[in-house]
Design a protein around this ligand. Structure first.
Ligand code: ZN
Length: 68
């Protein structure tokens, strides 16, 4: 089963895309800051990108799932 929170979360504001934190839905990036891949994903040309998290959620994730 795929978990919804394990993919990049985007939303649209007046036709412009924004990338949201996959944890708390805070806006992380707006149009001019996107990488080419992120732009493709928002246009629907790319099916999957890994989620992005704000600093706070990142810290929470590291506490839950220590990497090393
Ligand atoms: Zn967050």
């Amino acid at each position: 089963m795929k978990k919804e929170r394990e993919r990049l979360v985007v939303k649209f504001n007046n036709g412009r895309g924004a990338i949201l934190c996959s944890g708390c839905r805070m806006i992380l990036k707006i149009g001019s800051e996107f990488t080419p891949e992120e732009t493709q994903y928002i246009r629907g040309e790319l099916n999957h990108l890994p989620p992005q998290y704000c600093e706070q959620c990142n810290n929470e994730l590291l506490k839950e799932h220590p990497t090393t």
